[in-house]
Design a protein around this ligand. Structure first.
Ligand code: ADP
Length: 380
């Protein structure tokens, strides 16, 4: 979605070209509907229009256009309404910009020669004004949505962060009780506290995943990005889950290449991508199965694959895998704990680093997740 400034710049440039004018400008009504402020200007109008807010009464052309019909100035020298026509221009047309019945601003085209514009030009400016008003309204709506999303993300980050310490404290208290620090427990009490501990583990995973998700979407993350060694990140993920794989009786191996190969991202983010993928592969592969992590560079890209011989993914679940909180029915039935946030985190990060993620899977046979990332070259 184009930003408002881009929409306005394209609008004035388009108007000037289409009407063969010597300048064009768009002015926007501000919140009170009684003042105008320059949105964009081109040609002779650029630099001539002030950027300050001006009262509508000070702009007779705009005031008249906003009252209804297009206003045509044949020769600025003989027209009292032409106060704000650029100095070197003699002719002008001004139309109102209206979207869904609401006035948004005005659109102007200027010409050096008196009588530069005929009836067809006026009709064209009206049509361009209608398109422009719709584009301005949708850019503004997108802007408002972006702001709302940013404030929602901030809210999630702050609240989740606040949840983390009480969860950790509750977890350590319950573990203490289970170890007998608060006296001997009856079988029933032991059962209840064990279940509470399990729920708290889930809550901790959820809090951590929500924090990663919010962190991955935080705009300030871009400032921390830089060149990151890919092979080291893949290696760390494999190392992290080796004990879990060994415990489960799953063979976890890596065949990596390209020492020194670098991609553009953050170390934390890249570690999160591969840890999530390797963790899932180990988690959803029953005892006796295999997980293989491979890496290969092809031209400007590097491809990392995490393949397993696990439970696989039902075909109808594949389109939903990267949605937040989605878990396939066979994963739930496998009684493996999960939040359904890991792959949403992975996809956000991979896309942030201009990469792609694909999955190929067959239920009961296994899954292969393929991450493709552009290789970063220091010489550009
Ligand atoms: P979860 O916390 O449930 O593992 P993810 O977002 O990481 O959440 O994954 C979403 C869902 O994708 C999982 O619940 C599971 O259904 C499916 N999935 C992910 N990786 C695998 C895999 N390697 N094998 C089988 N299913 C997988």
């Amino acid at each position: 979605m184009e930003k408002l400034e881009q929409v306005l710049d394209r609008l004035v440039a388009g108007v000037q070209t289409a009407l063969r004018g010597d300048g064009a400008a768009v002015r926007l009504l501000n919140g009170d509907g009684r003042h105008l402020v320059l949105g964009a200007a081109s040609g002779l109008a650029a630099g001539r229009e002030g950027t300050e807010r001006v009262p509508l009464e000070g702009c007779p052309l705009d005031e008249e256009a906003l009252a209804g019909a297009p206003v045509v100035v044949v020769d600025a020298r003989d027209d009292k309404r032409a106060a704000c026509v650029p100095e070197q221009c003699r002719a002008a047309v001004c139309v109102s910009l209206v979207h869904s019945g609401e006035p948004v601003g005005t659109l102007h085209v200027y010409g050096k020669k008196p009588g530069s514009f005929d009836e067809d030009d006026v009709a064209s400016l009206v049509a361009l004004g209608d398109l422009g008003a719709a584009a301005i309204a949708s850019a503004r709506a997108a802007n408002a949505r972006e702001k709302l999303e940013a404030s929602k993300a901030h809210f999630v980050r702050v609240t989740t962060h606040e949840l983390r310490s009480p969860v950790t404290v509750a977890q350590s208290l319950v573990r203490g009780v289970l170890k007998g620090y608060a006296g001997e427990l009856s079988e029933k009490q032991m059962d209840v506290f064990t279940r509470v501990a399990g729920r708290l583990d889930h809550l901790e995973n959820l809090v951590n995943d929500l924090l990663s998700l919010a962190a991955g979407r935080a705009p300030e993350l871009a400032e921390k990005e830089g060149p990151v060694m890919l092979r080291a990140s893949v290696g760390r993920a494999v190392l992290l889950f080796q004990p879990r794989a060994d415990d489960k009786g799953v063979s976890l191996r890596q065949e990596t290449c390209c020492e020194g190969l670098v991609i553009w991202g953050t170390e934390e983010g890249l570690d999160s991508v591969f840890s999530n993928l390797v963790s899932n592969a180990v988690k959803y592969t029953p005892s006796g199965g295999r997980v293989l992590v491979t890496m290969r560079a092809t031209g400007d890209e590097v491809v990392v694959q995490v393949a397993d011989t696990g439970i696989g993914i039902p075909a109808e679940a594949i389109p939903h895998l990267f949605e937040e909180f989605y878990r396939a029915p066979n994963a739930k039935a496998a009684d493996e704990a999960g939040t359904g946030l890991g792959l949403a985190i992975v996809r956000d990060l991979v896309e942030r680093y201009s990469g792609t993620i694909d999955v190929d899977s067959e239920e009961g046979k296994g899954s292969t997740f393929t991450v493709t990332l552009p290789i970063y070259r220091f010489d550009g």
